[in-house]
Design a protein around this ligand. Structure first.
Ligand code: DAH
Length: 365
C-alpha cells in the first residue's frame, strides 16, 4: 500500500494510472517472452504475477479509490493481469513441450549404435582342440608331457634313430638356429618329447604331447612353417601293435564320432618298427558310396598320421631295456585334424588371429 500522501487525489492513485499499468504489463510480457526455460518462467511468474508483483500491489490499491473510479481502474488492472496470466500459460505450454521433446531426444536409445563394450576374449580353436585331445588321453590314464620348441638336434633326430646321414632327415625341412655348431633346431616334430620322456622317467610310460612344430614350408592353403602335432608314447611290458590299434580306434571314435575306426598302411619311420600310416574312416560318408564325398575326396578314408612299435634302437638310445619293455608311438597333425573335422579348405585362418573366424568355432573360456 502506498504511504500517506499529502496531495492525495482519490481518483489518481499513481500505480493505477493507465501508463503505469501498461508499463507493468509490458514488463511482465517481455519477461515472459524472455524466459528461456521452465525454471526461469517460475521466477517470472513470482515477479510479475505473484502476491508481491507490481500488478498485484496495484490491484490492492483499487479499494482505496472512490467507488466511481474503481470500475475503470479495476478493468485496467484486471485486463493487464489477465493478459499476463494468459501469456504465462502460453509460454508454460511452449516450454513444457520443448522440455519434453528434448528429454525424448536425449533419452532415446539407439539400438543400432556400435557398442563400447569390449568383446569377451576367448581361447583359440586349436588350443581347445589340443586340450580336448589331451583330455581324451588323460581319461585313459595318460599324462600330458611337454618339451621345448627350440630343441637339441640330437633329441629331434639322433635319439630317434635319425642319424646324421639318415636319408629321412631331409624329409623334414629344418630351421636351424645360429651358430650351426650349437646343433639346435626348431623341433620339426613332437617326437623328441618321446626321447625326453624316456630319458627322464622309468616305464611304465603313458604320455601324450600336443605342441607346436616348425618346418621350412611355404605358407599356403595346406602348409605353414609352424603347425601343431600330437604325439603319443606308451612303454610298458608286453605292449604290441594290437594295443596301438585299439588305442587309435578309441581316439578316432572319441574325436570323430561313434563307429569311426582306423586302418593301418605299412610305412616307414626310423623311430618305429614296424611302422604304419594311419587313416581314419571318413566320418561323413563312412566309406559308404564315397565317390561323391567331399571330405575324403572319394577315398572313404582320410590320412591322419604315423605310428608304429617303438624301434628297439630308440629304447636303447633312451636307456630303456628292450628285452623287458616294448612300446608304441603315434603322431598326427592337430591342424590337419581340425581342418577335416570342420571341412576347412585353407589352414591359414587358423594362424591369422581374426576373431571373426575363431568365434565361429566357439572360443569359450
Ligand atoms: N613324427 C612324425 C612326423 O612328423 C609322425 C610320427 C610317425 C610320429 C610315427 C610317431 C610315429 O610317433 O610313431 O611325420
Amino acid at each position: 500500500m502506498s504511504g500517506p500522501n499529502t496531495d492525495y487525489d482519490p481518483v489518481e492513485v499513481t500505480p493505477l494510472k493507465a501508463d503505469q499499468v501498461e508499463a507493468m504489463r509490458e514488463a511482465a510480457l517481455a519477461a515472459i517472452a524472455d524466459a528461456a526455460d521452465l525454471d526461469a518462467l517460475k521466477q517470472v511468474r513470482l515477479d510479475h504475477a505473484g502476491d508481491r508483483s507490481p500488478l498485484a500491489l496495484a490491484n490492492r490499491e483499487i479499494g482505496a479509490l472512490p467507488p466511481q473510479a474503481r470500475k475503470e481502474a479495476g478493468q485496467r488492472v484486471g485486463q493487464a493481469r489477465g493478459a499476463v496470466n494468459q501469456a504465462l500459460a502460453a509460454r508454460q505450454a511452449v516450454l513444457e513441450a520443448e522440455h519434453e521433446e528434448r528429454m525424448l531426444a536425449e533419452e532415446t536409445v539407439d539400438v543400432s549404435l556400435p557398442t563400447t563394450r569390449r568383446r569377451r576374449g576367448g581361447r583359440h580353436p586349436l588350443t581347445l582342440q589340443s586340450e580336448l585331445i589331451a583330455d581324451l588321453f588323460v581319461a585313459m590314464g595318460y599324462e600330458v608331457a611337454e618339451g621345448p620348441v627350440v630343441e637339441a638336434e640330437w633329441l629331434n633326430f639322433d635319439a630317434l634313430n635319425l642319424g646324421p646321414d639318415h636319408p629321412a632327415r631331409t624329409m623334414q625341412d629344418t630351421f636351424w638356429t645360429e651358430p650351426a655348431d650349437d646343433h639346435v633346431v626348431l623341433r620339426t616334430q613332437t617326437s623328441p618329447v618321446q626321447a625326453r620322456t624316456m630319458l627322464t622317467r622309468k616305464p611304465p610310460i603313458y604320455v601324450v604331447c600336443p605342441g607346436r612344430v616348425f618346418r621350412t614350408d611355404e605358407y599356403d592353403a595346406t602348409h605353414s612353417p609352424m603347425f601343431h602335432q600330437v604325439e603319443g608314447l606308451v612303454v610298458d611290458e608286453g605292449i604290441t601293435m594290437a594295443h596301438l590299434k585299439g588305442t587309435l580306434d578309441h581316439f578316432a571314435s572319441q574325436l570323430f564320432g561313434d563307429g569311426i575306426t582306423t586302418r593301418f598302411r605299412p610305412s616307414y619311420f626310423p623311430f618305429t618298427e614296424p611302422s604304419a600310416e594311419v587313416d581314419v574312416l571318413c566320418f561323413v560318408c563312412r566309406n559308404v558310396e564315397p565317390q561323391s564325398c567331399r571330405t575324403c575326396r572319394g577315398e572313404g578314408w582320410i590320412e591322419w598320421g604315423g605310428c608304429g612299435v617303438v624301434n628297439p634302437r630308440v629304447l636303447v638310445a633312451c636307456g630303456v631295456d628292450p628285452e623287458v619293455y616294448s612300446g608304441f608311438a603315434f603322431g598326427m597333425g592337430i591342424d590337419r585334424s581340425f581342418m577335416f573335422r570342420h571341412d576347412l579348405e585353407d589352414l591359414r585362418p587358423l594362424f591369422e588371429g581374426d576373431v571373426r573366424f575363431s568365434s565361429a568355432f566357439g572360443t569359450e573360456i
